[in-house]
Design a protein around this ligand. Structure first.
Ligand SMILES: [Fe+2]
Ligand SMILES: [Fe+2]
Length: 312
């Protein structure tokens, strides 16, 4: 089934990312938190190895606000939301891109602060028990996000492997089809099954997709463990929209083999988005290569940055 509705406008705020720079200047359509905001408070926005994005879409008078992902620590996202002046009560729903700690850590605290029942959209595999194993034999973990903890904090779990429309022109990707021959799952990630651990394909990895009127798709990736090219192609398939307007979020290219990076870059250039803002697990090398290869489209992400994208 294709999802055909479109949004009039999209505002996306970087609530948490791996980098913060308060001196960056506005450059349309990117608004920065800015040096004046920073100087006027002794409390500062903080960066973490984690991600959290506030996604606001509108269609006519209808506005919907989704908080996507919740950073690496239990406190960071709440602190940044407060400094950014976001009223938690105004958030309509929560979306978790996948069950890795750098995306879910503050979820329970956010739910408690919202203080009323609110849907939490997620793929069922996000509740797998997980650990990381390293080539030197070390293991770290296990961790597990439990539906019971979400429900007890006021969340209403909506677990689905399929895409779900959240608002006009806004969809969850559902499980991303993996079709490219160069994008591979993360090797160190394992899942626990029957007391043993096995390779984890991270099937829970999802993106948010916005189809912006007159502009095309905005793909908002969490970690893109399915591969950012697979994620974009999947978004095109479920919306029937072949124009990629913008791609943002974690592209999971940190430490990637040169061949994977080169092929990803080649595909991104062919897709030719007007705006590309790599975040989080994209990594410095890949971010630099994208910036050099697509200088007009590239915008640097920083905590507190807001994208204001108007359709039409
Ligand atoms: Fe991840
Ligand atoms: Fe991540």
């Amino acid at each position: 089934m294709a999802y055909r509705s479109k949004a009039d406008n999209l505002e996306l705020t970087v609530v948490m990312d791996n980098y913060v720079d308060v001196i960056l200047k506005d450059e349309d359509p990117v608004k920065r938190w800015g040096v004046k905001s920073a100087l006027s408070s002794p409390r500062q926005l903080i960066a973490e190895h984690g991600l959290s994005l506030l996604v606001e879409v509108s269609k006519g008078e209808l506005k919907r606000k989704v908080l996507m992902d919740f950073g690496y620590t239990e406190e960071g996202v709440l602190r940044n939301l407060e400094l950014l002046g976001v009223n938690l009560k105004s958030i309509d729903m929560l979306f978790l891109s996948h069950g890795h700690r750098d995306h879910y850590a503050a979820l329970i605290n956010v739910l408690k602060s919202i203080g009323r029942p609110i849907p939490v959209y997620v793929h069922p595999d996000a509740f797998n028990e997980r650990l990381f194993t390293f080539p030197d034999g070390d293991t770290i973990g296990p961790w597990q996000l439990k539906p019971k903890d979400i429900e007890e904090a006021g969340g209403v779990v909506v677990a689905s492997k399929n895409p779900i429309p959240l608002a006009p022109g806004l969809f969850t990707s559902g499980e991303v089809k993996r079709v490219t021959d160069f994008e591979k799952p993360m090797e160190v990630s394992k899942r626990v099954k029957d007391g043993l651990y096995e390779d984890d394909p991270i099937l829970d990895d999802q993106a948010l997709i916005v189809n912006l009127e007159g502009k095309g798709l905005v793909v908002i990736a969490g970690c893109a463990h399915a591969g950012i090219i697979n994620t974009i192609r999947h978004a095109m398939e479920i919306t029937g929209e072949n124009k990629l307007y913008a791609v943002v979020g974690g592209f999971h290219l940190s430490g990637a083999e040169a061949s994977i990076l080169d092929k990803t870059l080649e595909e991104l250039r062919k897709l030719s988005p007007e705006l590309i803002m790599p975040m989080h697990c994209t990594g410095f090398q890949a971010t630099l290569k994208i910036a050099l290869a697509m200088p007009k489209a590239f915008k640097l992400s920083s905590v507190g940055t807001k994208l204001v994208l108007k359709g039409g």
